[in-house]
Design a binder for this molecule. Structure first.
Ligand code: M6R
Length: 608
């Protein structure tokens, strides 16, 4: 979603802002803009399209002199992507400029009110309402005007604001959309995410909901919505700036796929102690684990797919009923919470608006939430009662790979821990599973080493119109993720189907040459899936099979086979997903798609 960067200091602001925005490109956007105070007035430049258009327009920022400024990459919500709708937005006198990430839910009545007071609008955005509303309340004291606006608006917002009458200050404001501030000896920064400032500082402050920051060249002051000053402690970011760079890979996505053995190791090993699973962050005693009657897993996108896998794994190993919900559905479906219900929210970014809302809804009803989160200090990480981090490091490509793999590991650990404590997993089975878990990183490495074979196969399908992914049980969950990987970056329509369900309608879409990717890693379901493969093949499908080494019988029904190393069936997703990620990636590369920044998508979906 939208990205915000701001700078006030001794250097020229525009190049710093452009550099910072380039580190937020992964968030997804369709236009970009900057506002810089040039000594006399606030100058704004903005343009639809990629950041490089803005860079060219401003000669790398040279045509926008000044040491105070704010910048923005916009992911359109209200109003089409256009120069007019791009941020920053001015008030009428062009003395105030605002950039915004989020949605102002009551912007229509506010707009009506402002129109009746003589304000004129030049864009279709909800953000322009903020610029005029700040102007309306501004009587010389920016903090007072901003907090009045905060009391009036509903919705989510991270804001960067500058006033030409106060060119020695930038204001940063946050409610339900991420925003951080940082400082070094040359100035102060605001940003939507850490990578934007990492080149300049490692000490950052996470702004909480309903807080305002006044940034000056050499210091920052934090305030509540009631203008009371508060003290905050900085957080030192310990990951390397290189972690957010491509490091010689053609795309972040490829680099991140290659990081999966490490990600899996980092998420797994710290939680294995003396041949046991120790999840201190769980904050649950054995009695509490024994008291769980039901688990809700709530998430979006790939994190939801990890949750679907977890349903099979937790129910199978720990025998606890699991319901998996899309967060956007869960938050409005009035779910039935009973005594002993545990809620698990999974999110890479920790900022997904629907997942955060589901978390809050559960807490409101008195239920504790475990967050499985990748981004340290993110909203879900801070608001969950307990957090189990997936140690995947910064994930930049919009299509998740390594964070998904880390989520699976966290969920396997949870299932095994619960299974053991509840007496559903005997010692032999537990230790054999532990061994299998520890083998996963090496096995993933082997699969990645096979990339050229998958690339050659993928090149044959860059012209495909429809692709189907089928499987049963955990293989169905794998299919869902394989299908999403392909469609989100290559724009080829694809669907995941429970293999047994295909003949209830969807099989009518199979034509001569349609690619069907069949996942068959679960021995207990192998023959059933094989039959479904035969059915689609008989109708002209070209069948790609992903199965375990040794299952050569599959060659009767498949046109092309990818074999994965054997592991415990509950962990098969961690291996089977690797060739499917590579397949989606190489199809997208073959088609010339913008792999890391697919059209219309955002890395963290901070609006509903
Ligand atoms: O940050 P989150 O894990 O909460 O994000 C959830 C989804 O938006 C995310 O998984 C999305 O589906 C990705 N594009 C998948 O690659």
């Amino acid at each position: 979603m939208c990205g915000i960067v701001g700078y006030i200091g001794s250097h020229q602001a525009a190049p710093v802002i452009l550099e910072g925005l380039s580190k937020l490109e992964y968030r997804g956007y369709d236009s970009a803009g900057m506002a810089v105070f040039n000594g006399e007035k606030i100058q704004i430049q903005k343009s639809v399209g990629r950041l490089k258009v803005l860079e060219e327009l401003t000669h790398g920022g040279a045509t926008m002199p000044g040491t105070v400024g704010i910048g923005h990459t916009r992911w359109a919500t209200h109003g089409a992507p256009s120069d007019e709708n791009a941020h920053p937005h001015y008030n009428q006198e062009e003395t105030i400029a605002v950039v915004h990430n989020g949605i102002i839910e009551n912007y229509l009545p506010l707009r009506e009110k402002l129109l009746s007071k003589g304000y004129q609008f030049v864009s279709d955005t909800d953000t322009e309402v903020l610029a005029h509303l700040i102007d309306y309340y501004y009587k010389g004291n920016p903090l007072e005007a901003i907090t009045k606006v905060m009391h009036r608006v509903q919705g989510s917002y991270a804001l960067g604001i500058i006033f030409s009458e106060h060119p020695d200050q930038i204001f940063a404001v946050r409610k339900d959309s991420p925003l951080i501030v940082g400082q070094n000896e040359n100035g102060c920064f605001i940003a939507s995410d850490v990578p934007a400032v990492l080149k300049y500082t490692r000490k950052v402050y996470f702004i909480e909901n309903q807080e305002v920051v006044r940034l000056r060249v050499d210091h920052m002051h934090f305030y509540t919505v009631d203008e009371e000053e508060i003290q905050k402690e900085p957080v030192t970011i310990d990951w390397d700036a290189d972690a957010a760079e491509k490091g010689g890979y053609e795309h972040f996505m490829l680099k991140e796929m290659y990081e999966q053995p490490k990600t899996v190791t980092d998420t797994l090993l710290p939680r294995i102690k003396d041949n046991d699973i120790v999840i201190e962050e769980l904050g649950m005693s054995d009695e509490e684990i024994n008291a769980i009657r039901k688990i809700f897993i709530v998430a979006c996108g790939s994190a939801y797919h990890a949750g679907v896998t977890a349903k099979y794994v937790i129910e199978g190993i720990a025998r606890i009923p699991v319901e998996v919900d899309l967060a956007s559905e869960f938050r409005y479906r009035n779910p039935i919470f009973e005594e002993g219900t545990m809620v698990v929210v999974i999110s890479q970014s920790g900022e997904t608006a629907d997942s955060l809302a589901a978390l809050r809804e559960s807490q409101k009803l008195g239920h504790k939430v475990l967050g499985i989160v990748n981004v340290v200090g993110s909203s879900i990480a801070r608001e969950a009662d307990n957090v189990m981090y997936t140690w995947a490091g910064p994930e930049i490509a919009v299509a998740t790979t390594k964070a998904y793999s880390a989520q699976l590991i966290a969920l396997y650990l949870l299932a095994m821990k619960f299974g053991k404590v509840r007496g559903k997993l005997d010692a032999d089975a537990f230790h054999s599973m532990l061994k299998d878990l520890k083998r996963l990183p090496g096995q993933i490495e082997r699969l990645l080493a096979n990339k050229q074979r998958i690339q050659r196969f993928a090149n044959r399908y860059i012209g495909a119109k429809d692709v189907f992914f089928i499987g049963r049980g955990i293989d169905y969950a794998i299919s869902m993720e394989g299908s999403l990987k392909l469609k989100e970056i290559s724009y080829i329509h694809s669907e995941a189907y429970a293999a047994g369900e295909l003949k209830h309608g969807t099989i009518s879409l199979i034509e001569e040459g349609t690619l069907v990717a069949a996942v068959a890693t679960q021995d207990a379901l192998f023959q059933k899936t094989l039959s479904n493969m035969v059915e689609v093949k008989a109708r002209g499908a070209f069948v790609l099979a992903v199965t375990n080494e040794g299952n050569t019988e599959i060659e009767k029904a498949a046109d092309y086979c990818i074999y994965i190393p054997r592991t415990n069936p509950y962990f098969a997703n961690s291996l089977a997903i690797i060739p499917l990620q590579l397949f989606g990636y190489y199809v997208a590369v073959g088609k010339g798609c913008d792999v890391d920044k697919p059209r219309n998508l955002a890395k963290s979906v901070t609006v509903e």
